[in-house]
Design a protein around this ligand. Sequence first.
Ligand code: GAL
Length: 707
Amino acid sequence: MAGILCACSAPKQTGPVQAQWGQAVYPGVWKTSVGNPDKLNLLNAVEATPKAEILNTKSQQEFPINPDEIKISLRNGKTVVRLPLDKEEQIFGLGLNFKTVDQRGRILRLHMDHYSNNDNGRTHAPVPFFISSKGYGLLINSARYIDAYVGTGVRVDSKNPPEARDRNTDSNWSANPYSDNLEFVIPEEGVELILFKGDNMLDVVSRFNLYCGSGFIPPKWGLGFWHRTPTRYTDENVAQEAADFANKNFPLDVIGLEPGWHSKAYPCSFDWDPNRFPDPDQFIQKMNEQNIEVNLWCNPYISPESSMYEQILPYCGTHTVWCGVVPDYTLPEARKVFQQHIKKAQLDKGISGYKIDEVDGNDSWLWPDAAEFPSGTEADQMRSIYGNLVMKTVDKEYRDINKRTYGLVRAVNAGGVSFPYVIYNDNYSHRDFITGIINSSFIGVMWTPEVRGSGSGEEWLRRMQTTCFGPLAQLNAWADGTKPWSYPEVYKQCQEVAFLRMQLLPYFYSAFADYYLQGEPPFRAMNLVEGFDGKTQKIKTKLDATENPYETVQIREVKDQYMVGDNLLVAPLFAGEMERSVVLPKGKWYDFYTGELVGENEIIQVKGSLDKIPLFVRDGGIIPMIPAARQTKAWIEGQPLEIRVYGTADGSFTLYDDDGESYNYEKGAYSIKKLNVQKGETSVEDVKSDGGWSYKDISWKFMTPEK
Ligand code: GAL
């Protein structure tokens, strides 16, 4: 009997605990820990380090809620966290969702997985961070699967309980009555919580990103056009494809090779296939001579036929994925074997980066939660952080050679914000792509749409337009070999929008600089725009002055338009639609192409044309542009700058530049000029001139016709 008692674990700590929030660790950032949290968490798994010097320049903030109203209790190895919700409060974030923006009223299990068309928490970035429309955010720094009840469960002791209604007689009865609390169940005996408050929602996101390590600036070539060739293409096929892009005059900076470059794939060898790529050095050199970077697809499960297999085997988990071993990348030994291999076989040859596939999951082929890893990291935790670990492992190699990388990945979690990767997936809903961009901006990850194929030329063009206004403009032809010119009836328009992206690169690049320097996401939700009221907007109905020309409509969420940087509003059109509504935040807004006023603080109906993606600029908005070129090399070599000015308000723009390829910017080697317009007068202010200025001369263009 005594023996049986001894075998039991010590009784778990149980009952309510009061979190001690104490002093802010940085302005507007509070950290607390309750109970006995796991040693490993999302942030320390990748050694995410707060950007203290920037956080410390932020405004001081008051703790946003009454700390007594944050209820935490420990229950038999679990931690339950509860926060109050106001009636009108909206909750954003909680993972990379593709169909919904406001998560109020939803139940989510935050679980790393391939997204399966359902916003249930299983997704490529199940980041346990939310941001409230009340201007604060909370990170649950746990690598476990977390249940989130976002205003769903109604408590007996609710302060603002819903009315109990009689379903027999009351047509307002609801199966989901309103709830005034937000509850999380974390399967851990304690947890670390980090709370953020800012001047507005964008400022909250910015502090969250800075705390997690801050955003990145991609290499300049990474913002050019990308094309991925079919799986079994040979070096000659790829070279021909590159030549076709040149002959057809279509932008191209990066070629992505899909599984066929490996001698074995699924699991992967990370060795070149001797038949398809007999001389990788020569192939890469030939590409580089044409100013084309090469990116390699991979999944990190190592094939028994890989030349690194025997070396990495001792540092792998108990289970395989497609019969390949799963390295425990929390172990320095595992990282070293992998790093040495990719350095010799790929980086030293000039490979510019990777597309890291299959790190998100799918229960039926990934390791089960029963798996064990040599470091003792539990299988569920490993799943939550695996994408982050692989990115970090690769990242180190590029940093060692002081060469920026940019790539794609299918799993990111909190702590991954500083890794230069964008998330993609196999889904192909054009609308979901936009909602993905919007939601990524709340949680410190970046999502990118891509083009693959289409049912019609019109659809192809609409998708191409969106991709050119995303963080990584890519045609992923891995399966069927589509080309930009596969739909000849719209080729000219595809070319135009790809070149428009190339012209806008100074603007995009400065938006990325804000990501690095301020933690502000370059592609972002309308909810993060000051003056955007996500719930109530006015719509113009009649223009008869004797009547109220406005009618108020309620909008719950805006999921089909977004911002690039501070000034540019993107409202994509979808196949079959030549018209759409656009919600304009406060202030006047102007058509990007004509400079004409389109409205202010209202919903407008926009009649589109086939050849243009609707774009709008805020009053006083400044957009720096360069001449259209097929490759970013022209930009690096030096281009004249045209600065477009929209509207009549005063404005200023922080134009950033650096060498475009090294990490020297992290040591301060960059330049910033402030472009100002005041009462119609223009000026250029030197803020910092520490290298990498690629603009020759500057001209101004006032876009808005004087009335
Ligand atoms: C998928 C990936 C595709 C493509 C394919 C190659 O998992 O999402 O973009 O790379 O693998 O087999």
